[in-house]
Write a protein that binds this ligand. Structure first.
Ligand code: HEC
Ligand code: HEC
Length: 355
């Protein structure tokens, strides 16, 4: 199962007749693409899937908590009916109390539980200690552009890295369900295609930097599907073998806030200077200067879904250091990818990115 098809894993297991999002299209409203929409009427049909994935995480349930998996349009469960009331309530709170900004989310109250509790727990629970973060005293943090320059020196120089315009990489991946997949990545500029094959399924997902779509065959729902608009850039992020390409332009908007530990490494934490939709955060190895981690969020109709990507095992590829171990963590689970071969500047036909 690839990242964007994951929510349908449950569907594949139960062999749903078809992909419930097959009629989604950028020019269709939710009410036009689906059968039984009562509150999301005018929202883009492409945003429904992200909202549903967000509900799973915010309430700690699966799709089945609210739906009959053979008929997503039916109102077979009370949970679905209550969710409609909750959608209206949440939107009203944000509209009336927060000038229309998305400040209250399903998670604000539910915290990953089906039923929120308003009762303070006794005794006070001992929370897992947060990862220790040491803030730099006022005015003593290193400058973001210095850290980014150090990173570029560490990988072999920005000019050299910029010369890599295309690549074809092969990898093996362990999926959240424990299955092993073989992955082929093709990239050219901001276009990327990711082909994932497991023993019983093949999925190809493509982003042209603006829009994204996929094609699935084998066990489970098949056919072509649209990936929501917000997820398109993420597909590109997750396939970056030179993840620094975007960081170069980010420096003026970033600041170094403190240090933390990632494994046994000391990491410098770089956060956006202003609140931003994706809230991109970067963690650099304090000694080597290499990028250890990036974290960012994708907005859904009701709240953000985070992704964390960890990089390890940097190796030299034609003078540029690239991470050969990549771990992608999303609320649904962890994908561990090991690059087995990479060909920089290999010819990549534009047909690889055609719909
Ligand atoms: C907390 C409850 C809840 C969860 C969990 C949930 N949904 Fe929904 N879903 C709804 C509600 C409510 C609607 C109807 C929205 C409306 O009426 O505007 C809906 C509508 C849909 C529709 C449109 C059906 C149609 O044709 O009318 C699809 C498809 C769908 N959900 C898929 C999913 C999938 C897949 C998951 C798991 C990733 C999921 N949902 C998880 C509450 C939920
Ligand atoms: C202001 C707090 C708050 C927000 C925001 C909120 N909820 Fe709730 N929700 C509750 C409370 C409280 C209950 C329990 C109500 C009860 O037991 O009568 C509940 C119950 C539910 C239930 C029924 C659970 C069950 O076991 O039957 C669903 C489904 C649900 N919420 C979905 C959502 C969704 C989806 C969102 C975001 C669109 C959301 N809620 C946002 C407070 C909230």
């Amino acid at each position: 199962m690839t990242k964007f098809f994951l929510s349908l894993a449950v569907c594949a297991a139960l062999a749903c007749a078809q992909n419930p999002f097959s009629k989604v299209a950028p020019d269709k409203k939710a009410s036009e693409a689906f059968e039984n929409i009562k509150v999301l009427n005018d929202d883009p049909s492409t945003s429904v899937r992200g909202a549903m994935e967000y509900f799973n995480q915010a309430l700690g349930v699966t799709c089945e908590g609210c739906h009959d998996l053979q008929a997503f349009d039916k109102d077979a469960k009370n949970m679905k009916k209550t969710a409609r009331e909750m959608i209206t309530m949440t939107r009203d709170i944000n509209k009336n109390a927060f000038r229309g900004q998305q400040r209250i989310t399903c998670f604000t109250c539910h915290q990953g539980n089906q039923q929120p509790t308003g009762v303070a727990p006794t005794p006070k629970p001992v929370n897992a200690p947060p990862p220790p973060m040491t803030r730099f005293p006022q005015g003593q943090a290193p400058k973001a552009d210095e850290i980014i320059a150090k990173y570029h020196t560490a990988i072999g120089g920005a000019e050299k890295a910029a010369k890599i315009k295309t690549f074809v990489a092969k990898a093996s991946e362990t999926e959240p369900d424990g299955k092993t997949a073989s992955v082929e990545l093709r990239a050219s500029g901001d276009k990327v295609s990711v082909e994932t094959k497991t023993a019983d399924r093949a999925v190809t997902e493509v982003s042209d930097g603006k829009d994204a779509w996929g094609k699935a065959a084998g066990q489970g729902p098949a056919g072509v599907y649209h990936v929501t608009d917000q997820l398109a850039p993420l597909l590109a992020h997750e396939s970056e073998v030179y993840p620094g390409s975007r960081i170069l332009s980010a420096a003026p908007a970033m600041r170094v806030v403190g240090t933390t530990k990632i494994g046994d490494r000391d990491a410098l934490m770089m956060f956006p200077a202003q609140r931003s939709a994706t809230n991109d955060r970067f963690y650099f190895d304090k000694d080597s200067g290499l990028l250890l981690r990036q974290v960012y969020s994708v907005g859904t109709l009701f709240g953000p879904l985070p992704t964390q990507i960890d990089y390890e095992d940097y190796r030299d590829v034609e003078g540029v250091k690239m991470p050969f171990k990549v771990k992608i963590t999303r609320p649904e689970g962890v994908w561990s990818r090991t690059i087995t071969s990479i060909k920089p500047n290999a010819p990549v036909d534009d047909a690889s990115f055609a719909k």
